[in-house]
Design a protein around this ligand. Sequence first.
Ligand SMILES: NC(=O)c1ccc[n+]([C@@H]2O[C@H](COP(=O)([O-])OP(=O)(O)OC[C@H]3O[C@@H](n4cnc5c(N)ncnc54)[C@H](O)[C@@H]3O)[C@@H](O)[C@H]2O)c1
Length: 273
Amino acid sequence: VTKPDRVVVITGVGGMGIAAARRLGTGATLVLADLDPVRLGEVASDLRTAGYEVIETVIDISDPASVTELATSARGVGPVDVFVHTAGVSPSHASVEAILRVDLLGTALLLDTFATAMAPGGAGVVVASMAGSLMPLDPGLERRLAATPSADLLTLPDLAAGTLTDPGLAYAIAKRGNQLRVRESAVTWGRVGARINAISPGVIATPMSAAELSGPRGEGMRQMLEASPAGRIGTVADIVAAVEFLTGPQSSYITGVDLLVDGGVVASLASAR
Ligand SMILES: NC(=O)c1ccc[n+]([C@@H]2O[C@H](COP(=O)([O-])OP(=O)(O)OC[C@H]3O[C@@H](n4cnc5c(N)ncnc54)[C@H](O)[C@@H]3O)[C@@H](O)[C@H]2O)c1
């Protein structure tokens, strides 16, 4: 009798998704999901060469039908033991509309759908961002971001096209929304005996941050890193260490929290103020 594999679902096969797949995918069926079929195929092929068992699913996380399809295909293998959500878009490339649709709505849909796809004892991590921890939002907006049903999120007047025009602000709102919805989801995920937490990375060396660092905000970001307690850019290994902790047995009493993994950037900015 062969023991059934653990099921590990990872959305996004960018810098963080690949690193998470390598660390968490040994002895598991890895279900990888991304919008970009070429990139997904390349990553899956590399991982298979390295001995991993991989299922590929092309999805758009902002499309409810697509998210349901991912959950169904994962459940076809078995209840999900580990769920890691890294898919997303960045404010240096994406429009306000795309950031809200993918980073805010997409994450909300995944949290809703995977609440019933998890195995008892399973655990998930949503990658938010320190952008969601940098500035306080209006408490009313925070309540709406936390509790509005996913299907109605994009019609919130706070997020209307004429009201919200800065992609950086849209990203901060989306990522704060992720942190708040993870807290809410701890309750629904708990009903099946699963946990869900967020990780908010600071500046991590991936293609996404390379674009930011070479853009108009690059110099300010470098100064911010130099002034931080860690004094360096983060690596995907820094993030995956936190993902491993939050999806592993050491954290069985932790759910609904956000773990800031930023080398102390938020602390040093708050202290400077
Ligand atoms: N890199 C950083 O410095 C940093 C810092 C803070 C937070 N983050 C967050 O971490 C997460 C992962 O970052 P990364 O550096 O690995 O990013 P990345 O750009 O390397 O990878 C993101 C992946 O998401 C996929 N994707 C985009 N839209 C999608 C959609 N609609 N449906 C499915 N897949 C989609 C892309 O194709 C890409 O493969 C993101 O949510 C990002 O906002 C990154």
